[in-house]
Design a protein around this ligand. Sequence first.
Ligand code: C2E
Ligand code: MG
Ligand code: MG
Ligand code: MG
Length: 294
Amino acid sequence: AAKREGRSIIKVFEPVMLYSRQLRSQMATELRGAISADELVLHYQPVVELATNRILGVEVLVRWQHPLRGLIPPDTFIPLAEEIGVIHDLDRWVMSASLRQLARWREDFDLDPDFQLRVNLSAVELKQLDLVDHIRTLLRELHLPARNLVVEITETAIVTRGEVEMYSLLSLQQLGVGIEIDDFGTGYSSISYLRELPVSMVKVDRSLLVGLNTRAGQLEFVAAILQLIRAAGLEAVFEGIETREQADQLRAMGCASGQGYYFSRPLPADETGTLLATTHYLRIGEGVEGAGST
Ligand code: C2E
Ligand code: MG
Ligand code: MG
Ligand code: MG
């Protein structure tokens, strides 16, 4: 019975279910303690060059290893963390823990000098005046070149173009950190607006790949978006590539890079290390999509 109960509890943790006030407040309390209790874990999803399957870098994706409820996905607790003010500590913890991990990998393995660690930053974090100093200090302490770091920011985070947000972006760019707009195509930013920002990459949201090979006009639509991004002088990355057909289509369009379950699921640190230790190229279908990963 306990097992059955456990299962049903996990099911409760869909983002929509957090409308329950009791559950929200209980999770909020637990989330406040999660960082100090060492319950957050980082998984890493390879980003590859589509033409060669070369590993260009990894995206850092946080999970909450809850002592009773198992591995909780970020879509469930990141919005809550933003709401209750925990996101600041959470994002700083992710930045510091993942940069430390990168420093170890760089010591242990023969990483590409342009290897990119891609870290997601909340809109809230971009408003912190000391964000750039924090990152600069970490990079210096860990002897990491700034070009090894890319921050991913959702377009909604900068659509208001606040003064502090612009200051953060410009200072990060000055520092040499890569800046990418995440989930492009789901918010309201126009491409002409993106041209005005200190941004070098655009990650196209995975929803645009749905029906790529089946829905009438979808292929042309995605190709047009790719052209627009290029014409704006930006680099396009596609997320959510799940099938070989999608990878082939994007490659044929001339898209340079992407990530998705087809290449690899997000992997725990040890499996990521194994991958980076053994190869610069991803071998598709040779066990990298481990069952235990998320
Ligand atoms: P995101 O930055 O857009 O990350 C991509 C999401 O797509 C990840 O979900 C990843 O596991 C998932 N994904 C990757 N490949 C595929 C695929 O082929 N098909 C499908 N259907 N999904 C795929 P995840 O890990 O659940 O993260 C969800 C979101 O949570 C992220 O979206 C990001 O916005 C946020 N997030 C994750 N880690 C952090 C963090 O450390 N800080 C902040 N502020 N947000 C984070
Ligand atoms: Mg991202
Ligand atoms: Mg994304
Ligand atoms: Mg997303």
